[in-house]
Write a protein that binds this ligand. Structure first.
Ligand code: KIV
Length: 291
């Protein structure tokens, strides 16, 4: 009885694709943050975000690559499974890495299925508009919830000629609206819009019946996503204009590490309270045996 009650309470707190749909209907704002490991996912989940994204930005943040191109299925599943172990209530989405879904619908379906089965996530995300609609349709029909990602799609950084704001001209703005409508029609339950002008993102948001999640797309979206290491000041290789730093944990970490180095050097650490005791007689007798 008690266990059933607990399960029911847990289910009531769990964010699902229905939470996303309801937020769109009720005008509630959705929150999403990235995570790439168990401990960080647990903190983010406990803080109460609606969704955790294991972004392929782990290529930059965790693995030190310049872009997301080298990230593999194995990288995503290794980190994805760790995040899944730390996530209770947030809707867990895992990015499909570069070239894991572009080749064919069959390849996309096989890899999305693997990600779902082997990590225990709730949904996958892939980049692109019209060109990935057959993949989105097939996955949705197979019961795999798909979050789309349009605008500045980092896996196409080489085609864009750099990380640049997208859809600023009449032609490209129209195309962005069409891409958004196409992914909705294909069955995506949400769409991330990255680096697009705020007024255009707001227009797209009004036109869609699925929630838009913005990153560098202004406040008119239905929700926001940030890379956790950016908003906590833990990643300084590149700080995009759209990032707000809510803390400077990088500085706090460095200061703490310097304190540790100093105290180990001076002998102040470890102190009494960090050490284990042994009976003095034992020490005396082993000293006698060994001398
Ligand atoms: O990889 C990622 O972290 C992302 C978000 C920034 C949207 O795709």
């Amino acid at each position: 009885m008690w266990i059933r009650q607990k399960v029911r309470e847990q289910m009531a707190k769990k964010n699902t694709v229905l939470t996303f749909r309801q937020a769109k209907e009720n005008g509630g704002k959705l929150t999403m943050l990235t995570a790439y490991d168990y401990s960080t996912a647990k903190l983010i989940d406990e803080a109460g975000v609606n969704s955790i994204l294991v972004g392929d930005s782990l290529g930059n943040v965790m693995l030190g690559y310049e872009d997301t191109i080298p990230v593999t299925m194995e990288d995503m599943m290794h980190h994805g499974a760790a995040v899944a172990r730390g996530t209770k209530n947030a809707l867990l989405i895992i990015d499909m890495p570069f070239m894991s879904y572009q080749i064919s619908v069959r390849q996309a379906l096989k890899n999305a299925g693997r990600i779902m089965k082997e990590t225990g996530c709730d949904a996958v995300k892939l980049e692109g508009g019209h060109r990935v609609c057959p993949q989105i349709k097939a996955m949705t029909e197979a019961g795999i919830p798909v979050c789309a990602h349009i605008g500045m799609t980092p896996q196409s950084v080489n085609a864009f000629g750099g990380f640049k704001v997208q859809a600023k001209t009449e032609d490209t703005a129209r195309r962005l609206i069409e891409e958004a409508q196409a992914v909705e029609e294909a069955g995506a339950f949400a769409v991330v819009m990255e680096c697009v002008p705020a007024a255009l993102a707001e227009l797209v948001t009004k036109k869609l019946s699925i929630p838009t999640i913005g990153i560098g797309a202004g406040a008119g979206c239905d929700g926001q996503v940030l890379v956790y290491a950016d908003m906590l000041g833990m990643y300084s290789d590149f700080i995009p204009k759209f990032v707000k730093r809510y803390a400077n944990l990088g500085d706090i970490m460095k200061e703490a590490i310097q304190g540790y180095i100093d105290e180990v050097g001076s002998g102040a650490f470890p102190a009494e309270e960090h050490t284990f005791k042994i009976d003095e007689d034992v020490i005396k007798s082993v000293t006698a045996v060994n001398s």
